[in-house]
Design a protein around this ligand. Structure first.
Ligand code: T5A
Length: 218
């Protein structure tokens, strides 16, 4: 029987630099000869991508917090069963751009939904699956907003429904991430305030022992 794969997630407030670091992680894994499945939440399946369109659509401003919670859970339930569990059982490595820590940070922290209820929705969606490692990119929301504004200016893309939330929301999201990171050993906090290469250097320090262990186990 094949050894179970590894499930890595990356988290942070909007504009923390996840996308930038995901590119580095993918190149690194390729160089190391590790096949990595890259997924995102919400999304990662045909059904999940359709739900993503509803969740992030700028025209859905009337969406209630409970609707939002259940749609994130629905997309996740599909992703876990259709892709993540089968891939891990085959020994594959997965990198997922956001997972259930986002729900705790945004829907419990940001929206103020009851944490126990949010946890229940997560358990229903995941069946108890948890990441082996979570890279949390910590960044001041003001700095993240500046970065995103610069990107929007240069690329001309507009903020999605959740990115349009105010700074109070964003600070509450970050506070919840910090609370989770202080509580859970699987979460490694990365200072995302430096330049992209110094942030990558910090992430690489965390990934290298895992890659070496994987090699040793082969
Ligand atoms: N959500 C999601 C919930 O509310 N609940 C949930 O359960 C889940 C799963 C998804 C949205 O859904 C919410 C959270 C989100 O609001 P998303 O697809 O994850 O959205 O998108 P964002 O997090 O908004 O991703 P962004 O692309 O906006 O941000 P990234 O990927 O964190 O940042 P990135 O790499 O694109 O960088 C942003 C800009 O900064 C520059 C980049 O070049 C880019 O221009 N940059 C840096 N500049 C200076 N120094 C650095 N170190 C930099 N790193 C990047």
């Amino acid at each position: 029987m094949k050894a179970r794969g590894l499930f890595i997630t990356i988290e942070g407030i909007d504009g923390a630099g996840k996308g930038t670091q995901i590119d580095h992680i993918c190149s690194y894994m390729e160089t190391e000869g590790i096949e990595l499945i890259l997924l995102r939440e919400p999304g990662g399946t045909s059904i999940g991508e359709q739900i993503r369109g509803i969740l992030l659509g700028q025209n859905n401003a009337e969406m209630k917090a409970m609707t939002e919670l259940l749609l994130f859970a629905a997309a996740r339930a599909q992703l876990v069963r259709e892709v993540i569990e089968p891939a891990l059982a085959e020994g594959k490595w997965i990198l997922c751009d956001r997972f259930f820590d986002s729900t705790l940070a945004y829907q419990a922290g940001g929206r103020g939904l009851d944490r126990d209820m949010v946890q229940q929705s997560i358990l229903l969606a995941t069946g108890g699956l948890e990441p082996d490692l979570t890279l949390y990119l910590d960044l001041d929301p003001d700095v993240a907003s500046e970065r995103r504004a610069r990107r929007e200016e240069s690329l001309g893309n507009e903020a999605d429904r959740i990115e349009r939330e105010d700074m109070i929301f964003k600070r509450a999201v970050r506070a919840e991430y910090l609370r989770l990171a202080a509580e859970l050993e699987r979460i490694v906090t990365i200072d995302a305030g430096g330049d992209p290469l110094s942030v990558w250097y910090e992430i690489q320090q965390t990934l290298t022992p895992l890659v070496q262990k994987h090699r040793g186990g082969k």
